[in-house]
Design a protein around this ligand. Structure first.
Ligand code: FAD
Length: 566
């Protein structure tokens, strides 16, 4: 067995999206020694760098606004299930985080010298800031990378796939990792660990994810004993690009087009249809994501879809000049893909995009496990059953900052992490390859099909039960010992670890969806249409003795004084 490399740090941050980088900066600025680890290149993996659009915060730059208005909209979109303490933190501290990013030079678009804001569905006023020409996420990532690089006390480790968390008696001690570039095992001892691993949308066949978004953080937390919440609420982005072929562009890029230019959503017969699903869509973009997903899927099901199985999105009412004024270089990129929006509609359809569920945390971003903090999309509950546009980058910034502060405080408080055995995780990383193993890439595709077909935007008891059986079969095929030989960039071994997490997280999503016998927000049960008052509860999932245990609890509320002010 290859001898493991040992590393010790005050704060270990796992994941270097916006949440992880902000956490690392904040912890280092508070005096902690930080190791920022990522399975990809630092600051270039995950969703943040791909998010091309908007960041929500009540700056009041376009018209008077207050964070309580943002909170009201967030709670309404969450359909009664938001953890109001987390939603409050997001809305109250969002403007400050956005201003801090401005001071760090992110380059928010400006109008008359003030930060410009767009209106987005579900927000009651213009509240979504952006960096122009679909550059928001890359600019956020680049800005944070620059600050990480100039902040002393942060060590960076890319290509480090965290495989398991180390814990003892309910206290976290660090993690075991696989160094992807060499295949070597690494043991990291840490006084505090921040899980900032992003979401799970790689579980689905059509998704907006990058390859490292298979829900690792949720599985790591579960196996370490921390509960997850709201796992049934996977957000589908309704107007993901479907056809014609579009290379090198974000599949959810039509959203900013709709903010700026309206755009008409049409079925295969060329008819506007959103109004049939209870929404006013007269050229303005007002339909929230869950309703739009529902409306498009129902049109397709009724045989009124576009040729590739979605809906048309038309900007044919816009002149070339209007398109250029709004999206300059993007229009050239579309032209290179033979798309002229003045003469043709594009086809769009729902794609898995974001996860409302995640690790249970309090407003300090502390989990039930001492020393384990969580940040960004890995946190569950802030957005309830449905997330508003722009809230995800804001939560990554705000929760990342808070997690960094809490992690640094703990690292200053304790002398050393508990002495936990790395044995089982280490054995997995170092295990000799399994003979005649299955095709891991084909297994991932099979799982994605199961999730899309049976645990997608619409579910029934029958599809969910079928999915759970098939997920169980895949878990049996995966077995307990990794595939591959374990050398440098061994994809079969990496995919074995990916599948180990993806299958566990897929089970959590399907089991929570099966138990919730109603429809709410992003969770639509065709056999239980409509919201039920008795289901105004969150579902917690725990990993106990090799099985998932589910329980319900009312959503955490705001302090009474705050609630009265709402
Ligand atoms: C295409 C796209 C567009 C979007 N547009 C918007 C938008 O306009 N506005 C908005 O508010 N939200 C948007 N979102 C959502 C938003 O971008 C994310 O919710 C947010 O960026 C998540 O940030 P994060 O730091 O929590 O995670 P990420 O940015 O996803 O970072 C997670 C990091 O963790 C690393 N990681 C994962 N597992 C491991 C492991 N086992 N070991 C080591 N490292 C690991 C990954 O490599 C990655 O770098 C978009 C998402 C996508 C995919």
């Amino acid at each position: 067995m290859t001898e493991p490399m040992h590393v010790a740090t005050g704060v270990l941050v796992i994941g270097s999206g916006a949440a992880g980088m902000y956490a690392a900066i904040e912890a280092a600025q508070a005096g902690a020694e930080v190791l920022l680890a990522d399975r990809s290149l630092i600051g270039r993996g995950g969703a943040t760098v791909m998010a091309q659009m908007t960041v929500a915060g009540a700056l009041g730059s376009e018209m008077p606004d207050h964070w309580t208005h943002h909170l009201n909209d967030t709670l309404a979109a969450g359909r009664g299930l938001c953890d109001a303490r987390l939603a409050r933190l997001l809305c109250e501290e969002g403007p400050d985080a956005i201003r801090q990013m401005d001071a760090w030079g992110v380059g928010w678009a400006r109008r008359d010298g003030r930060i410009a804001a767009a209106i987005a569905p579900g927000h009651d006023r213009p509240r979504c800031v952006y960096v122009d020409f679909l550059n928001t996420g890359p600019a956020v990532s680049k800005t944070l990378r620059t600050v990480v690089n100039r902040t002393s006390g942060i060590r960076k480790a890319g290509d480090l796939l965290i495989v398991d968390l180390l814990h003892r008696d309910g206290e976290l001690a660090g993690a075991v990792a696989l160094h992807v570039a060499t295949g070597a095992p690494v043991i990291i001892a840490a006084k505090a660990t921040v899980l900032a691993t992003g979401g799970l949308t790689r579980l689905y066949r059509r998704n907006s994810a990058s390859a490292n978004m298979g829900g690792d953080g949720y599985a790591l937390a579960l196996r370490a004993g921390a509960p997850l919440v709201d796992m049934e609420f996977v957000q589908f982005f309704p107007i993901g690009h479907l056809a014609p072929r579009l290379i090198g562009m974000d599949p959810i890029m039509w959203d900013p087009f709709r903010y700026k230019l309206g755009g008409r959503l049409l079925n295969g017969l060329g008819e506007e249809f959103a109004s049939h699903y209870g929404a006013r869509e007269d050229g303005a973009y007002v339909l929230t994501r869950d309703l739009a997903t529902y409306a498009i899927c129902k049109e397709v099901e009724a045989g009124r879809g576009s040729p590739h199985g979605g809906a048309y999105l038309s900007f044919e009412h816009c002149s070339q000049a209007a398109l250029r004024a709004a999206f300059g270089p993007v229009i050239d990129a579309l032209a290179a893909n033979a798309i002229d929006l003045t003469t043709m509609p594009v086809e769009v359809a729902p794609i898995a995009h974001y996860h409302m569920g995640g690790v249970v945390a309090d407003a300090r971003m502390e989990t039930e496990i001492d020393g384990l903090l969580v940040a960004g999309e890995a946190v569950g509950g802030a957005n309830g059953a449905n997330r508003l546009s722009g809230n995800a980058v804001t939560e990554a910034l705000v929760f990342g900052r808070r997690a960094g502060q809490s992690a640094a405080a703990r690292a200053a408080r304790i002398a050393s992490p508990p002495d936990a055995s790395a044995g089982p995780a280490l054995e997995l990383v170092s295990a000799p390859g399994r003979a005649a193993a299955s095709n891991s890439a084909a297994m991932i595709l099979a799982l994605q099909s199961i999730m899309s077909d049976d645990v997608g935007p619409f579910r029934t008891e029958a599809t969910l039960k079928r999915a759970l059986v098939r997920i169980g079969e895949l878990a049996g095929e995966l077995g307990e010992r990794p595939f591959g030989e374990g050398g440098p960039f061994d994809m079969r071994r990496i995919e074995w670890f990916d599948l180990r997490n993806m299958l566990l997280v897929a089970r959590a999503v399907a089991e929570a969806a099966l138990r919730r016998t109603e429809s709410r927000g992003a969770h639509q049960r065709e056999d239980f249409p409509g919201m039920l008052p008795e289901w105004r509860v969150n579902q917690m999932v725990r990993w106990r003795d090799g099985a998932l245990a589910l329980a319900s609890a009312p959503p955490p509320a705001l302090a009474p004084a705050m609630a009265a002010a709402q």
